[in-house]
Design a binder for this molecule. Sequence first.
Ligand code: DGT
Ligand code: CA
Ligand code: CA
Ligand code: ZN
Length: 574
Amino acid sequence: MARPNDEVAELFQEYADLLSITGGDAFKIRSYEKAARGIGGYHKDVSTLGTSELRSIPGVGASIADKIAEYVATGTVAAVERVRQKVPPGVRRLVAIPTLGPKKAAALYEQLGISSVEELEAAIHSEALRGLKGFGPRTEENILHGIRLLRQSGERVLLDTALGLAEEIVAAVSAAPGCLRCTHAGSLRRFRETIGDVDVLAAAEDSGPLMAALRDSPVVAEIIAAGEKKTSVRTTEGVQVDLRVVPAAAWGAALQYFTGSQAHNVRTRVMAVRAGLKLSEYGLFDSGTGELIVSETEDEVYGRLGLPWIPPTLREDRGEIEAGLDGTVPRLVTEADLRGDLHTHTDLTDGVGSLEHMVDAAAARGLEYYAVTDHAPDMPMQRMTAEKMLAQRERVRELDRKHPGMRVLHGTELNIGPDGDVDWPHAFLREFDLCVASVHSHFTQDRATMTRRLVRACENPDVAVIGHPTARLIGRREPIDVDLEELFRACARTGTALEINAQPDRLDLRDEHILLAKRFGVRFAIDSDAHAVGHLGFVRYGVGTAQRGWLTADDVITAWPWPRLREFLEAGRS
Ligand code: DGT
Ligand code: CA
Ligand code: CA
Ligand code: ZN
């Protein structure tokens, strides 16, 4: 996704929060929130659009289009700056606490003068919030929990933020004179779900121009350290980036070293020693003569250690070394293996793309099948009805005819109720091509109740996929408490797939749980859960996560050809 869109979306969301803190008009607040979603999900870079085209973005009218143009031209929006002046930065930070929100933040500031997370914590402990309207003991507990979550997610950023940043920096460094190679390494190359800092590696004889290219990048806010071998900077978004430059002859060894993980590297270093070699950040050396062994590729490095090349997503010391020695490293599922997407939304519910637009974009990605799965009625704010669903189905059937190369499926995302029931009766559900079912409420049930609830959903013959199975939001909401092994057994027994939801703030199921589920014989659906055209590409994060769970294309139903998937769906229903 284009970065200017993200910047503008974030700015408008901040504006909505600020307006809400300062008691702004509710309609205006909602319209900026809606515009933020529309812009964030829009498929074209807003900095390249004229005002009339800006107005065709969902949620963008004349005045918002002007503000986008103002931002593109000047880098700021005067109206946002004005309201920023009125609210201390500490109060804005309060809004970032999960479950707090702008209204409560405003009340805390106005009535108690609380203007930082630390002050809020102290106020709760000294019971200063007691008697404040809308703040019971339960709220206090939620706020403290929210503060803990905020601190846990700490300085780590989500995959899409880190990857967007890395791509921008790799492009800038690659364009510098004398740059022979450049790529990102570290946890980002391993597709860990959150990224501490972004590691970029380059090869050149002379590192000077490459380091300069990084320092001069417009995303850099601060230079932490500038050396000949390594430069560290902090970006405007607060992310640290380390650039290391090595000679081309050491590229393979350096890339292997800086990709990590540390646990994996400990294993490879020991193997090197046993082979009479020394493997370090400076290269691969003969430990007798101290001579640098030319190792321009990782392939050569692993080869010297008696191993096949190991995919970065496996490098966590979770058995990949043993598999390498045995010759049993799996052929991992790749993005090119994916044939379809089984969980997506449109503007009929909370998406921002129209049905036609979403389907066209899916076809342009070359998908073989694509399911539209808008929310079901038990999620009240979506205002879904059976009539709307049936009307959408007609349009889906038409689009299916319009795209002979792609099967357009009509599905829905059901809500798994507190007892495991779903929205509609069987007679209505069986007319869908498939149903995804997800937990969207009652997140805090005890483990036994939650487990029974999910197992019942699996046992429902119309439910083909459990969406975002643990319902976590990274850094914002804990996973539900469920007996995973019980759930995995139920999935395997009933032929229900578990989703690997590829939204970067979900990645749910996560890697370790995927590894475990696979042992129970569970199948997986890598889905974008797209709410906008620009989200369809999120599947790359789902694939990275699936790889970290050691999955092959055979484990992933969205990598299966349609006839095999159809059989799976039918078998689950009989
Ligand atoms: P992060 O940044 O916390 O998300 O995780 P990584 O894995 O990117 O860790 P980072 O940035 O500290 O270092 C990048 C890679 O460099 C790491 O995966 C392995 C390697 N590395 C860094 N420090 C050490 C070390 O002290 N020993 C070894 N063996 N490897 C290291
Ligand atoms: Ca790192
Ligand atoms: Ca680093
Ligand atoms: Zn959902």
